[in-house]
Each structure stands twice: as structure tokens, then as C-alpha cells.
Design a protein around this ligand. Structure first.
Ligand SMILES: *Cc1c(COP(=O)(O)O)cnc(C)c1O
Length: 412
């Protein structure tokens, strides 16, 4: 997606400085070609086994991104009524939408059933009971999977690891068979699958395969019990290389391992990748406001902050930061910090980077997932604009929030 031509940084065939000049900063920029290529990498890798790719909307819920993926044939994985609303507004197919999440409300379940979603990924027996009651009101039979917790260590950041027994997610895999048996007595529910999701930013697929084997084993037992299990939902996708040297696994190699497990298994595979489809397709553009040195430490104060991109503050995550215009001025070791009044407000710490001057533009890389969606209005900062690049064209797909927009619905 990113390349230098002469000394200017391009997203596909668009100089990013053009976008920054016209749209202002901070701004998120996404490459449609990269999103498509990543989606197709999954589709190609799973060619030959029955499968469905359900993009995890929580990673990037911009309508233009969802529409682009819907047109590619993607289904969707949602975790809220708001995300269902977005999928519908973007032209996504509810019949290929699965609904995950540990705390679905009655209103959200009602809306999902009314719109005919494909399946619920259920996380508790109490939730099953509520879905049964609401499905009965609609006189519909509703498909569900139980999200089982396979007690597998995803070896990722603790906040995004979800498959260990102490986590709030899913149902103890050892108890799942009994829960399925009891659910079989509920007339408006159909046990269509088994699901799990052990975490995000997983760089070694081995724990995913370990979880899959446990889930496949359960699914075979359930099928033998006479339940109509059709699909296995293995949850999110692979991690991505935030650092150039990160050992990010190839989607094709992962697909190969999945194909081996699913060949002749008699189940459809559902995957819910988010990060690996959109993270590499996005950058956050920011402008250097000030340079300062305090107690011998270099600070680069930029106009993007933790409210725009919280990943470094929340997950200690690394994002490469590169200049929009390459220079010969060498490098500096600096903390890249924003204007928000928190010491936790940083995009990078102790980073060796371009020795940029006030006014210069920078790109914070690999920011297309869990970027804008986690943006807030902290410090009454309007959320950034979002831009989609299509080859040599680009358009604003979400206007920069205005000061009036900041106060909408509020009464003094
Ligand atoms: C977050 C999440 C995903 C997406 O995970 P990625 O690592 O972004 O691919 C998929 N499914 C569920 C249930 C999730 O919570």
C-alpha cells in the first residue's frame, strides 16, 4: 500500500501529502486495494473447503469499508445493534452475519432476529433462554452456535487474549455438550454450529489449531448426538506485522493448515478476521506541532493523540511512524506525543525516527484496525476524518467531526 516515489509517500497512486493538505490532520487513510487483497487472501487460502468469511466489524466499521467488503462477498461478524445497523446501511447481507458478544441486550437480539441474521454466537445458557423467548415472539426458528472457551493460551496481549478459563468469554468446553443437549429441547433454537475466539493479534497459529481440534472434536460428538451442526466458527483472523521484523504468519500458510483439517470433515468453516484485513490498509496522518527538549529528552508534539489512536496507550502497541516527505536530515530518538492532558498520551516512546520539524507531516502506519473505531472525544477533540483511496483517486468517507457535532444532543 505504502511506497516512496521520489521522496514523497504514496498510498497506492495518491501522494498522502495531497490528502493531508486538503482534508487536514489528523486523518485516517485506507487503501481499498489493500483491503480487497487481504480479503481475497483469505478467500483464496480457503478455496476448496466450504467456508464463509465474516469481517469483524469492530475492527473498522466505516460504511465505505463495509460496503467494499460486502461487494467482495464478505459476510460480517457483529458485536452490537449499532454494528448491525452499520452492516445494513452499507448493504451487507444479514443472512451472512453472525452476532458475537458476551452481553447482548433483549433489544439487540430482537433487532437481529427481525432482520434475519444468520446465527448467534451465544456465550451463556441465560442468553440462550432469552433468544428462545424472543424467537418465540417472532415465531421464528433461530440458528445458534455456542461460543466455547477451549482454555487455550493465545500468547498475545492480556487485554486481547480471550480463550483462557479465567476470561469472561464463552462456555466451558467441558460443559458445552450438556448445554447443547438442554438447548435441543428449546423449540425456537437450532444448534447450527460451534464457535470459539481465543484472541487477537495472534502471531503463531499453533494455539488456533489447538483450539480448532478441541472444537472439531466437540462438533463431532454433537453431530453424533443428532444435533444439526453445520459450521465451525474459529473466530478472528491472524495477527499482523506492526514492526517490519514481526514474524506475522502468512494467510496462505494458515489457510493450508485449515484446509487440511476441514477436507472431508463435513463442516463449513466460518472465520471472522478483522485486524488482518484492515490494519495494514490504514495510516493515520498527523502534523508535527512542536519539538521540545525537557530534562534531556526529545519530544515531538503532534496533532494526533490517544483519543484518535489509543492502541499505543492501551496495549503498548507499536506503530511505525514515517515521514510523508523523506529528507536528509537524519534521525532522532523521541517520544511522539499528542495534545491530550495525560502522560499516557503517546503514539511512540523512545523511537528512533525521522528528525522531523514543526509543520512536517507523518504517517502512523498499520492503523486501519482498532484505530478510528476506538477514537473518542476526550479533551473535546473532534474525531478525525476518514479517507478511502482507490488507485489514483480518493474521497472522504467520513467528514472530520465539527465542533457543533461534538455537542449534538446536549443541553446546557
Ligand atoms: C475481535 C473479534 C474478532 C476479530 O479479531 P481480529 O483479531 O481482529 O481478526 C473476531 N471475532 C470475535 C468474536 C471477536 O471478538
Amino acid at each position: 500500500m505504502l511506497s516512496y516515489q521520489d521522496r514523497s509517500l504514496y498510498a497506492d497512486s495518491v501522494p498522502l501529502a495531497d490528502i493531508a493538505r486538503k482534508v487536514g490532520t489528523p486523518a485516517y487513510v485506507y487503501s481499498a486495494a489493500t483491503i480487497r487483497a487481504n480479503y481475497r487472501a483469505y478467500a483464496d487460502a480457503l478455496d476448496g473447503v466450504p467456508h464463509q468469511i465474516c469481517f469483524a466489524v469492530k475492527a473498522n466499521s466505516n460504511l465505505a469499508v463495509l460496503r467494499l467488503l460486502a461487494r467482495e462477498g464478505s459476510g460480517f461478524d457483529i458485536v452490537s445493534g449499532g454494528e448491525l445497523h452499520r452492516v445494513l446501511a452499507a448493504g451487507g447481507d444479514p443472512a451472512r452475519t453472525v452476532y458475537s458478544g458476551v452481553g447482548k441486550t433483549a433489544d439487540e437480539i430482537d433487532m437481529a432476529i427481525a432482520n434475519g441474521i444468520q446465527s448467534f454466537n451465544c456465550e451463556s445458557e441465560a442468553e440462550l433462554g432469552l433468544i428462545e423467548a424472543i424467537a418465540a415472539r417472532h415465531s421464528k426458528r433461530v440458528a445458534f452456535s455456542l461460543r466455547v472457551n477451549p482454555d487455550v493460551d493465545a500468547a498475545t496481549h492480556p487485554y486481547i487474549s480471550t480463550g483462557l478459563r479465567e476470561h469472561k468469554f464463552g462456555i466451558d468446553i467441558g460443559e458445552a455438550r450438556d448445554v447443547y443437549r438442554r438447548a435441543a429441547a428449546l423449540p425456537h433454537l437450532e444448534a447450527a454450529g460451534v464457535s470459539c475466539h481465543i484472541g487477537s493479534q495472534i502471531l503463531d497459529p499453533t494455539p488456533l489449531m489447538e483450539a480448532l481440534d478441541k472444537v472439531l472434536d466437540l462438533a463431532r460428538h454433537l453431530a453424533a448426538d443428532g444435533l444439526p451442526i453445520r459450521h465451525i466458527d474459529l473466530g478472528g483472523g491472524l495477527g499482523v506485522a506492526y514492526r517490519p521484523e514481526d514474524p506475522a504468519p502468512a494467510i496462505s500458510a494458515y489457510g493450508q493448515r485449515l484446509r487440511e483439517r476441514f477436507a472431508g470433515a463435513g463442516f463449513e468453516l466460518i472465520l471472522e478476521p478483522g485486524r488482518s484485513i484492515v490494519a495494514p490498509a490504514g495510516v493515520l496522518l498527523t502534523r508535527v506541532l512542536y519539538r521540545k527538549r525537557s530534562y534531556g529528552k526529545e519530544f515531538m508534539v503532534v496533532d494526533a493523540a490517544m483519543n484518535d489512536l489509543i492502541r499505543p496507550s492501551l496495549y503498548q502497541s507499536h506503530h511505525e511512524i514515517i515521514p510523508l516527505r523523506r529528507s536528509d536530515r537524519g534521525t532522532v530518538v523521541a517520544d511522539v506525543v499528542g495534545p491530550v492532558c495525560e502522560s499516557g498520551d503517546f503514539l511512540a516512546r523512545g523511537r528512533e525516527m525521522d528528525n522531523a520539524a514543526p509543520g512536517d507531516l507523518l504517517a502512523v502506519c498499520t492503523a486501519g484496525a482498532y484505530g478510528f473505531v476506538l477514537a473518542s472525544n476526550y479533551n473535546a477533540r473532534p474525531r478525525p476524518a476518514e479517507v478511502l483511496v482507490e488507485d489514483d483517486r480518493w474521497r472522504i468517507v467520513r467528514e472530520r467531526e465539527t465542533y457543533a457535532g461534538l455537542m449534538r444532543g446536549e443541553e446546557p
